[in-house]
Design a protein around this ligand. Structure first.
Ligand SMILES: Cc1cc2nc3c(=O)[nH]c(=O)nc-3n(C[C@H](O)[C@H](O)[C@H](O)COP(=O)(O)O)c2cc1C
Length: 151
């Protein structure tokens, strides 16, 4: 079974989870980047506006062919209770409606409504998992949580 972990990460927490999952499942790994990169200041101000308006930032070129994969795992940090704009763009520009999907988030305080927002786009998404970003500093804990989720 061929799988891929596709993620966006600004500060590395989501990337850490994505890499552990990819290693566990021997998956490909794809980091999504917007053409105009966010930083802490622009994420807080422009990111909030982009989320409220569901703006789709242009992404840096990436190589992805959904037909190559039996399982697609998507990871996003929670921003303002929702999906990060680069992941929203990715989900809007790729048809994943026939795919076996999993979706994970990393969050600081609360997972918000990221999963219902993801399911609104990905009607076939049923398997979701939230990771508290503080736990990503503890390799053992985060690996146990990933094992619990993915078996
Ligand atoms: C712009 C911005 C908005 C955020 N909004 C939330 C939020 O609404 N709820 C929450 O629990 N954490 C929020 N966080 C914290 C992140 O979800 C958390 O630190 C996440 O693990 C960061 O992932 P990364 O290190 O992969 O970028 C926010 C962080 C940023 C930068």
């Amino acid at each position: 079974m061929k799988s891929i972990v596709i993620y966006y990460s600004l500060f590395g927490h989501t990337q850490k989870v994505a890499k552990i999952i990819a290693k566990k499942l021997d998956s490909d790994l794809l980091k999504i980047k917007s053409e105009k990169a966010y930083n802490i200041a622009t994420a807080v101000i422009e990111g909030k506006n982009d989320i409220e308006t569901k703006h789709l930032p242009k992404l840096k070129k990436y190589n992805f062919n959904a037909n190559e994969y039996d399982l697609i795992i998507i990871g996003s940090p929670v921003w303002w209770d929702s999906i990060t704009p680069p992941i929203r763009t990715f989900l809007m520009e790729n048809d994943l409606s026939e795919k076996n999907l999993k979706f994970f988030s990393t969050f600081g305080q609360s997972n918000g409504h990221i999963f219902s927002d993801a399911i609104e786009i990905l009607n076939n998404l049923e398997d979701v998992k939230a990771f508290n970003s503080t736990k990503t500093n503890n390799n053992h804990k985060i690996k146990m949580e990933i094992d619990d989720w993915l078996g």
